[in-house]
Design a protein around this ligand. Structure first.
Ligand code: C2O
Length: 625
């Protein structure tokens, strides 16, 4: 018995330094009126905030977000860059992994953040709603682990956005219905605010810093359609991570972020104490540039203010690159290195995917379209989302007729007509996949930020012109940068590689929102493996139903949380990334300690007595019997 007590005591101790907790958030999505650029605009926002609440968790935590849709629109939320290992039902892209949450319905997203650290973000993944439904998603090293760079003294999330002074769902509908590009935005924003260089700019985001300290800027490009340059007057950046993947230190005075990218960059506040603009301008990547003359080329600003200096002084302005400065952008993208990594090898599936822009005849649903509509394609297939059932449900249920598994592995011969389709590429479980992403070299061409759901990939090589098949000597297999979104250069190419270790349906698409309804995407259908933990889990009970009368129903209100004693169960296996579950950390034993609301920035990590009691009893009883 004494032994048992020691054991229980040991467990108690282990649980008091427990690493993993559950972070609970409630996102209420609803209309909100805000004044920006001298206009009152009704937007859809989360918890009355723009940007929405920051999710701030530790590596290994479980994240539970109850999304309540009180907006008039169908809605889903995507956790951009979260790998969702064995939680594909929580990924979020509308009609890929779920049907949308209908107005006055809710859905609880549950997933773990294991094996990932850094700055990511979340956003709506249905229509243009992500113009205002977005926020930062920060994953810190778990207790006892450190950053691979000196601990910063301060950190500042910098979420860059793109603003329309009108209803963005209407903006998208007008574009889709007419088959044209959406109208240009009215401004860019930093943490939701336009800054002082616009007429009627009402507010500016200001970060107050101490002299001679290290500040970590967590920069996110949440803009719908704009690549962005970001500079801080008088300061250099040391980039330490992109897309929540650590990099070798990279020093630059200019950051470039494609929509979907994030950059963790350190700045050292050793400039003359004063006031400095942080400035944001678009990088226009369309070539020839004459095609892009209608773009919004305005400048958003925020202020870096040294503590103790005058807040009313005119801030110093950085010299921005020209909007067409592809040389600066490519120098940044091509110059980054990752940390030494084990790149998966050998390659099992090898594909070349050409990104094409073109035209298709207007279809019957495009009521204000005359003649031809803008369209886009991967390997000549203009992707169409299903309308009746999500791809993941079709895969799980084995329901035919929702998609076809004939996405081509190679670029079709010149002159092949663009087709529309819901074509996926099946991937055997655990296969190593290499993809050459090729932009057209012939003009017009445009930089497309291609985002892969469910995985990070290694960027092995990139360049201008046409990739020479088999040119593996160009590959970096030592310290390639890892990412979830890669900007494929205008008139150029990129080679990426990833391990398909996560069964499910994973969207692979251009993160310029305007190009998604035009068809610039496809889906990987990763097949089940043979072990219990490599098989698609069943959908959660509250997965939104696809249409009235279908068998899966949404639940309103969401079910109450299980009673505390139900949480003190023996640990479940949460093996991830090929790493065995690490029970000595006690990580999976103690759950439910941390309860954080969207507005609550504190890390609540208390462990209830009830939970501990349950833990001790739950441990002793099986041991004693
Ligand atoms: Cu950040 Cu499919 O999206």
């Amino acid at each position: 018995m004494a032994q048992l007590l020691w054991l229980a005591l040991g467990l108690l101790l282990a649980s008091s330094v427990a690493e993993a907790a559950t972070a609970n958030y409630t996102f209420t999505v609803q209309s909100m009126r805000i004044n920006q650029l001298c206009n009152n605009t009704d937007i859809i926002a989360v918890n009355g905030q723009l940007p929405g609440p920051t999710i701030d968790v530790f590596e290994g935590d479980e994240v539970v977000v109850d999304v309540i849709n009180s907006s008039p629109y169908n809605l889903t939320i995507h956790w951009h860059g979260i790998m969702q290992l064995r939680t594909p039902w929580a990924d979020g892209p509308s009609m890929v992994t779920q049907c949308p949450i209908q107005p006055n319905s809710s859905y609880i997203y549950r997933f773990n953040v294991t094996g990932q650290e850094g700055t990511l973000w979340w956003h709506a993944h249905s229509s243009f709603l992500r113009a205002t439904v977005y926020g930062a998603f920060i994953i810190r090293p778990r207790k006892g682990n450190a950053y691979p760079f000196p601990m910063p003294d301060q950190e500042v999330p910098i979420v860059l956005g793109e603003w329309w002074s009108q209803n963005v769902v209407d903006v998208e509908n007008d574009a889709v219905m007419s088959g044209q590009r959406p109208i240009q935005s009215d401004a860019y924003t930093v943490n939701g605010l336009t800054g002082q260089l616009y007429q009627c700019a009402n507010e500016t985001f200001t970060a107050v810093v101490q002299p001679n300290t290290t500040v970590l800027l967590r920069v996110i490009n949440a803009a719908l359609n704009a690549h962005l340059f970001f500079k801080v007057a008088g300061h250099n950046f040391t980039v330490v991570a992109v897309d929540a993947c650590y990099t070798a230190n990279y020093t630059t005075d200019t950051l470039v972020l494609a929509p979907g990218n994030s950059v963790d960059a350190l700045i050292f506040t050793d400039a003359t104490p004063g006031s400095y603009y942080m400035a944001v301008e678009p990088h226009d990547t369309l070539s020839p540039s004459t095609v892009a003359t209608s773009d919004d080329d305005s400048t958003a600003t925020a202020i870096l203010l040294y503590n103790g200096t005058s807040a009313t002084a005119t801030p110093a302005m950085p010299t921005m690159p020209t909007n067409f400065d592809t040389t600066t952008a490519n120098a940044f993208y091509f110059g980054l290195r990752g940390l030494p990594a084990a790149v998966p090898s050998p390659v099992d599936v090898s594909m070349t995917i050409e990104l094409g822009l073109g035209q298709l005849p207007c279809d019957a649903t495009q009521t204000s379209c005359t003649g031809k509509a803008f369209a886009a394609a991967m390997n000549g297939v203009s992707f169409r989302l299903p309308t009746q059932l999500s791809l993941l449900e079709a895969q799980f249920d084995g329901k035919p007729g929702v998609y076809t598994a004939d996405f081509p592995d190679a670029v079709p011969p010149n002159g092949t007509a663009m087709v529309e389709g819901t074509k996926v590429r099946s991937l055997p479980y655990n296969s190593t996949v290499e993809i050459v992403l090729q932009n057209p070299v012939a003009l017009p061409s445009e930089n497309h930020p291609i985002h892969l759901h469910g995985f990070n990939f290694f960027v092995l090589a990139q360049g201008l012109g046409t990739f020479t098949p088999g040119n593996t000597s160009a590959y970096n297999l030592v310290d390639p940068v890892a990412r979830n979104t890669i900007a494929v250069p205008t008139g150029g190419w990129v080679v990426i590689r990833f391990l398909a270790n996560n069964p499910g349906m994973w969207f692979f698409h251009c993160h310029l929102d305007a190009h998604v309804p035009m068809g610039l995407g496809m889906v990987f259908a990763v097949e089940n493996g043979t072990t219990p933990d490599s098989i698609l889990p069943p959908p959660p009970d509250d997965l939104p139903m696809c249409r009235p009368g279908s068998k899966r129903r949404h639940v309103v209100p969401p079910p109450p949380p299980p009673p505390p004693e139900a949480k003190a169960q023996p640990p479940q296996s949460h093996e991830t990334n090929g790493r065995p579950p690490s029970n000595k950390e006690g990580g999976d034993i103690t759950r439910g300690g941390a309860v954080r609301s969207g507005q609550d920035k504190e890390q609540g990590r208390s462990i209830t007595c009830l939970l501990l009691l349950g833990l001790i009893l739950g441990t002793i009883v099986p041991l004693a019997s």
